[in-house]
Design a protein around this ligand. Structure first.
Ligand SMILES: NC(=O)c1ccc[n+]([C@@H]2O[C@H](COP(=O)([O-])OP(=O)(O)OC[C@H]3O[C@@H](n4cnc5c(N)ncnc54)[C@H](OP(=O)(O)O)[C@@H]3O)[C@@H](O)[C@H]2O)c1
Length: 438
C-alpha cells in the first residue's frame, strides 16, 4: 500500500450509479489504492433527501445537501457527478472545475450539450474532465476513441446505445408484442423509466452519438445536430415482415463521414439478420467503429446498471489519481474536442441522405393501386425493389402493402410520401423505415 496521502472523492448523487460507485470504492480499497498509487477516500455524497432509504448497507461517509461541501471542499480532489439531467449537474461541474477539482461524469446530456466548453474549462484550470460512463455504461469506448484509435481516420460509427429501447425491440421481435405492451413490461421490470420519453424518442441515443461523433471525427457535434426518430411507430407486424425479408429492426445511432460530409442520425433501421449488430439483443449495447486502418471494431457489453457504470467511473477515477500521484503538471484533459478541429467537415442534413426504404401502407384493396403508388415513387426518382401484399381485410376493403425500394434520397422519399398520403386509394402510411446496408 502506498504511503501517499489519500485522494479525496466527493460524490454528487447517490442513486443507482452513485451507490454502485460507493459500494465498489468501499469493497476493495486496497486493490484500488494499489492501482491508483494512493488510497481513495470517499469523503461525502450530495443528495436531495438525506432521509431517503438507500440500497447501500454500510455508509461510513456523510450525506450532505449543500453542494459546496463537495464542490469546494479542500479535502476533495475528484468530484464524481452522477446526478443526471442538464441542471444543476452542468453548473456543479463548472463550479468544481473552477475550484480546481478533477471531474468524472456519467452525464451524456451535459457532455452532448456542453462537452467542448467544459473540456476547455478543465484545460484552463489544469484539471481533468473524464466521461467514460456517459456512453455505453461499462463498455470502454470513450478511452479507445481518445487514445487507441487516434491513428485512424474514422469512417463510421453504428451503435446500439440505448439498452431500454433494445430491450423493447427484442421483446417485440421475439414475442410478437406491440410497442405499448413491450414498454409496459420494460417499465414493470425496471428497464424503462416511468417517463420513457428520452429513451423511446431516441433522445438519449442522440446525446450519446453527439459525444462519440465529437471524439471520432474531431469536430463539434452537439445534441441539437443529431436528427432523431424513436421507436413508437413500430408494430409487431413490422418485425414479422422485416424477418420475412431477412432483416431485424434496431434503433441505431449512425455517424458516417464521406468526402468531407458528416451525417449523424438516430432512427430505427432494418438491418440484415446476419450482421453482428442485428444479433445484439435485450439490454445489451454494441458500438461498431470503422477506421481506415483498423477496419471495423465492435465493442459489446452492458450499457447500464450500477456495477457496469461504476466500472467506467472507477477507471476514470483511478486514472486521474495516478496522474495526481505522478505529479503531472498539466494532466491530459483526454479530449479530442478541445484539440485542433478537423477543417472543412460539413454536417450534412438528413434530406441529402440516400438509403433504401421499407414502406408499409394501408391501401384500398382494388386493382391498379400498386401501379398508382409505383408511378408516384417513379416520378420522384425512386425505384421499387420488392412489393408484398399483406393482410387483406375484405370487410374493410383494404389491404396492406409492404414496399422496399432501391437507394433513394431522403428528401425525394418524403415528398413522394406526402403525395402518396394524400391519395384517395391510400388509407394510411403506417411506417417508413430506413434500411441500413451492410
Ligand atoms: N442508471 C444507469 O444504469 C446509468 C448508466 C449510465 C449512465 N448513467 C447516468 O448516471 C447519472 C445518474 O443516474 P442514476 O441512474 O444513478 O440516477 P438516480 O438513481 O436518479 O440518482 C440520482 C441521484 O442524484 C441525486 N440528485 C438528483 N438531483 C439532485 C439535486 N438537484 N441536488 C442534490 N442531489 C440530487 C439524487 O438524490 P436523492 O437520492 O436524494 O433523490 C440521487 O441520489 C445520469 O447522468 C445517468 O444518465 C446511468
Amino acid at each position: 500500500m502506498s504511503t501517499q496521502r489519500a485522494i479525496g472523492i466527493g460524490l454528487l448523487g447517490l442513486g443507482v450509479v452513485g451507490s454502485g460507485v460507493a459500494e465498489s470504492l468501499l469493497s476493495k480499497p486496497d486493490a484500488l489504492a494499489l492501482r491508483a498509487g494512493a488510497p481513495l477516500a470517499l469523503r461525502r455524497a450530495l443528495v436531495r433527501d438525506p432521509k431517503k432509504a438507500r440500497a447501500l448497507t454500510t455508509r461510513p461517509f456523510p450525506l450532505v445537501t449543500d453542494p459546496a461541501q463537495v464542490l469546494e471542499s479542500p479535502d476533495v480532489d475528484i468530484v464524481v457527478e452522477v446526478l443526471g439531467g442538464e441542471e444543476p449537474a452542468c453548473g456543479y461541474i463548472e463550479r468544481a472545475l473552477r475550484a480546481g477539482k478533477h471531474v468524472v461524469t456519467a452525464n451524456k446530456e451535459v457532455m452532448a450539450k456542453h462537452g467542448p466548453r467544459l473540456l476547455a474549462l478543465a484545460n484552463e484550470h489544469n484539471v481533468q474532465l473524464r466521461f467514460e460512463a456517459s456512453v455505453g455504461g461499462g463498455i470502454p469506448v470513450i478511452g479507445p476513441l481518445q487514445r487507441d484509435l487516434l491513428g485512424n481516420d474514422i469512417v463510421s460509427i453504428r451503435a446500439i446505445i440505448n439498452g431500454t429501447t433494445n430491450y423493447i425491440l427484442t421483446e417485440m421481435a421475439q414475442k410478437g408484442m406491440d410497442f405499448a405492451v413491450a414498454l409496459g413490461q420494460a417499465q414493470q421490470l425496471g428497464y424503462a423509466e416511468p417517463d420513457p420519453t428520452n429513451d423511446v424518442q431516441g433522445i438519449d441515443a442522440a446525446y450519446k452519438l453527439a459525444v462519440l461523433a465529437t471524439l471520432a471525427f474531431h469536430t463539434r457535434v452537439t445534441a441539437s445536430d443529431v436528427p432523431h426518430e424513436g421507436i413508437t411507430r413500430l408494430r409487431a407486424k413490422d418485425f414479422r415482415y422485416a424477418r420475412e425479408l431477412g432483416y431485424a429492426i434496431k434503433l441505431l445511432a449512425i455517424a458516417t463521414k464521406e468526402q468531407g460530409n458528416l451525417t449523424v442520425r438516430v432512427h430505427p433501421v432494418l438491418l440484415p439478420m446476419e450482421t453482428l449488430l442485428a444479433k445484439v439483443d435485450g439490454a445489451f449495447n454494441a458500438i461498431e467503429i470503422k477506421g481506415d486502418l483498423t477496419g471495423t471494431v465492435t465493442f459489446h457489453g452492458l450499457g447500464a446498471g450500477a456495477r457496469p457504470t461504476a466500472s467506467a467511473i472507477l477507471g476514470d477515477v483511478v486514472n486521474i489519481a495516478r496522474a495526481i500521484c505522478g505529479g503531472e503538471q498539466k494532466p491530459m484533459t483526454a479530449s479530442a474536442a478541445d484539440g485542433p478541429e478537423e477543417q472543412g467537415l460539413r454536417l450534412r442534413s438528413m434530406a441529402e441522405l440516400s438509403t433504401q426504404f421499407y414502406l408499409r401502407l394501408n391501401v384500398v384493396d382494388r386493382p391498379g393501386v400498386l401501379a398508382l403508388i409505383a408511378t408516384v415513387l417513379g416520378e420522384h426518382g425512386i425505384s421499387i425493389a420488392a412489393v408484398v401484399q399483406k393482410d387483406a381485410d375484405p370487410a374493410a376493403g383494404s389491404a396492406e402493402l409492404v414496399i422496399t425500394t432501391h437507394p433513394a434520397q431522403e428528401a425525394r422519399m418524403q415528398k413522394a410520401l406526402a403525395v402518396i398520403g394524400r391519395s384517395s386509394v391510400v388509407r394510411e402510411v403506417n411506417n417508413l423505415i430506413r434500411v441500413e446496408a451492410v
